[in-house]
Design a protein around this ligand. Structure first.
Ligand code: CUK
Ligand code: CUA
Length: 652
């Protein structure tokens, strides 16, 4: 054991990473940098010293914990991915927009209700296109309590509690159709921001495309968050009407810019397709102008307008209309080059970074200058809807020439910014102080977002960055035509960035992720007291907290089964009903041992529950087929797990 530790240290020395003091302990073995055994292993596996040094930076022995949690969107898989950094071990998929049977998510009544509430009336959507997770913040730093995620496809926002890593709420407003710019929080999480991408008549009505300029609109919703309840409050939320450009990502101001919201846009051309009608495709139609508009929105002044009732209600949502926004001086535009993607406010709060997909620069706006221009009403005209435009040159601090296809920017603790360069497949590191490009590191194909540790918070942690690469061609063993995405872990602590590890993501396209220090996450071990409803956190009305109370009751609305689970039996274990009965399962786990989870599945009734220690949940189904249907526990919970089973008998 001792020998292998010494050998390991020697490899560090070989890679030029160890402290000099360690070198003395390497003895004769240290001459070549590694022991003969390690050398043999390296050559057998064809590893360079750089490989070994990378391995040592990520390898986490059994029982070792990670320094950070990475929360990555699961893209069109609809679920959230939790990963430990630097080990890059996947810790959990959290069911959000898509049912997740092993969590009972979308199968028990409590979570089915979450999915129904977040769906159009009469429908229960079973997937989403998650793009941007946003951790809750306190004073501009992640606090580890909640994470919010959007569903681009259906214009929804979900709330996930980080106490139990479970979804608590999905909200949907009929105001907009499809959101891309979500989610972003204000520095104390008063609001969760959701922005429409596709202009459409607000509130969901019909209008022909020939009315695009007049009837189609963009919008940005400010969902009010009640932290004590852990819920978004639709009645206290409101929105702003925007011109029918494609509003993209947003960011909250911080420090000097706190109280302002920045949102980039593209397609200020207002192209809307119609290839067969002789119009340009959206991709070229939306790429004509050299400049689009950075939206600068005064949130504090807008709140005053909302308070005094200066809103119009559309689809149940209070909306500040575009004429009111202009009249009250709440919205200003600043030109931004060309079809940009994303806006990121630097930790100093004053530098606002925008990268143009079709421009080679990151443009750094100077908030102090923007504010002065607004105060002096120094306008370069107005847009087609009357929104005042500030002069570009007077609003910026400068531009950094980055390369082809710069997209998103993150920050570290040393004053560096990191921008993903999509077309070049690189990560660029540049200095905020002098706006100078320092270094570019090749990553795998088609990097989209990148994520540094707390890299969009007030106090970034540095150390690690994840390159979120969209193509993984040639990188992993072949799995057919649909390949995983690739997360590359990059060490950013040194003078040179170093790619350490490739993690295939086989769940959906994770657009964005956030990384938080692990010590900020405080989870519960189990649901207490026994009989807790995990969604509300309150005692469940249908809980049965001792086995002797387990029972079957026939009532007007069907058969109610009050069931308890404890190693290794289900009580009752025989359920007799008549064909056509509605069966209401009320299932409680009496376990109070950590991780002693039971499942509950009924054969051929499309039902699987996950019953963690202390949890109660309901499931309702109609016993519409007669026969004998075994039910059983789906978690291997004990030596007699296979015996944890029973029968549902449905009499003809
Ligand atoms: S987006 Cu996918 S790479 Cu939805 Cu934030 Cu930029
Ligand atoms: Cu309980 Cu297996």
């Amino acid at each position: 054991m001792k020998k292998s530790i010494l050998a390991t240290l020697c490899v560090f020395v070989a890679a030029g990473l160890a402290l000099a003091v360690l070198a003395t302990s390497c003895g004769p073995q240290g001459k070549g940098g590694a022991s003969a055994d390690l050398r043999a292993l390296m050559s057998a596996r064809n590893l360079s010293e750089a490989d070994v040094s990378a391995a040592l930076k990520t390898y986490t022995p059994t029982g070792g914990k990670d320094e950070f949690y990475l929360f990555a969107s699961g893209g069109h898989g609809g679920n959230l991915i939790v990963i430990g950094v630097p080990s890059m071990r996947i810790l959990k998929y959290v069911g959000v927009f898509t049912p997740e049977p092993w969590q009972g998510y979308g199968f028990d009544e409590e979570t089915r209700e979450i999915m129904r509430e977040g769906s159009p009336p009469g429908l229960s959507l079973t997937w989403g296109d998650m793009h941007h997770p946003a951790l809750s913040e306190t004073n501009g730093d992640y606090d580890g309590e909640f994470i919010f995620v959007n569903d681009k496809a259906n214009a929804r926002i979900a709330v996930v509690s980080l106490r139990d890593f479970a979804t608590k709420q999905i909200v949907m407003s009929d105001l907009i159709q499809g959101d891309h710019g979500g989610t972003f929080v204000t520095p104390n999480t008063e609001y969760v921001i959701e922005t429409a991408q596709f202009p459409a008549p607000l509130g969901g009505g019909y209008a022909p495309l020939s009315d695009y300029d007049d009837k189609y609109r963009g919008a940005q919703i400010f969902w009010k968050f009640d932290r004590a309840r852990g819920r978004l409050v639709p009645e206290e939320s409101w929105a702003i009407e925007l011109p029918p450009y494609m509003q993209d990502l947003a960011d909250s101001g911080k420090l000097v810019s706190e109280g302002f919201i920045f949102c980039n846009s593209f397609n200020t051309e207002r192209a809307h397709g119609g290839i067969q009608q002789g119009n340009p495709a959206l991709e070229s139609g939306a790429s004509q102008n050299d400049m689009d508009y950075l939206h600068v929105f005064d949130l504090r002044k807008a709140e005053a307008v909302v308070r005094r009732g200066g809103t119009t209600t559309i689809a149940g949502m209070r909306v500040i209309t575009l004429p009111t926004l202009i009249e009250e001086g709440l919205l200003h535009f600043v030109p931004e080059p060309k079809s940009p993607h994303g806006v990121d406010v630097a930790p100093n709060g004053n530098d606002i970074c925008v990268a143009g997909k079709l421009d080679t620069h990151v443009t750094v706006y100077d908030f102090a200058k923007i504010k002065a221009l607004i105060e002096q009403k120094r306008y370069d005209g107005v847009d087609a809807y009357g929104v005042p435009i500030l002069p570009f040159r007077e609003a910026i601090r400068g531009q950094v020439e980055i390369g082809l296809g710069p997209l998103h920017t993150q920050f570290d603790d040393r004053g560096f910014a990191y921008t993903s360069v999509f077309i070049e497949s690189k990560v660029a590191r540049w200095s905020l102080a002098d706006l100078a490009l320092l270094e570019k590191t090749a990553v795998h194909y088609n990097i989209g977002h990148l994520c540094a540790a707390e890299g969009d918070a007030l106090h970034p942690k540095g150390k690690y960055l994840i390159a979120m690469d969209k193509w993984s061609i040639d990188r992993f063993n072949d799995v057919g035509p649909l390949l995983p995405q690739n997360f590359q872990l990059i060490d950013i602590s040194g003078d040179q960035m170093q790619v350490l590890y490739d993690l295939p993501i086989p769940l959906g396209e994770p657009h964005y992720a956030q990384m938080i220090a692990a010590d900020k996450i405080k989870t519960i071990d189990m649901y207490t007291p026994v009989g807790t409803n995990p969604v509300t956190g309150q005692p469940h009305a249908n809980a049965v907290v001792q086995e002797s109370d387990a029972r079957i009751e026939r009532r007007a609305d069907g058969v109610h089964v009050y069931m308890t689970l404890i190693r290794s039996h289900l009580t009752p274990d025989v359920i007799e009903v008549r064909k056509g009965d509605r069966v209401h399962m009320h299932v409680t786990s009496l376990e109070q041992a950590r991780d002693a989870t039971h499942g509950f599945a009924i054969d051929k009734y499309n039902l699987n529950l996950s019953v963690e220690p202390g949890k109660t949940c309901d499931a309702v189904f109609v016993a519409d087929r007669s026969g004998v249907f075994p039910f059983y526990c789906t978690e291997f919970c004990s030596a007699l797990h296979l015996e944890m089973a029973g029968y549902l008998l449905v009499k003809p």
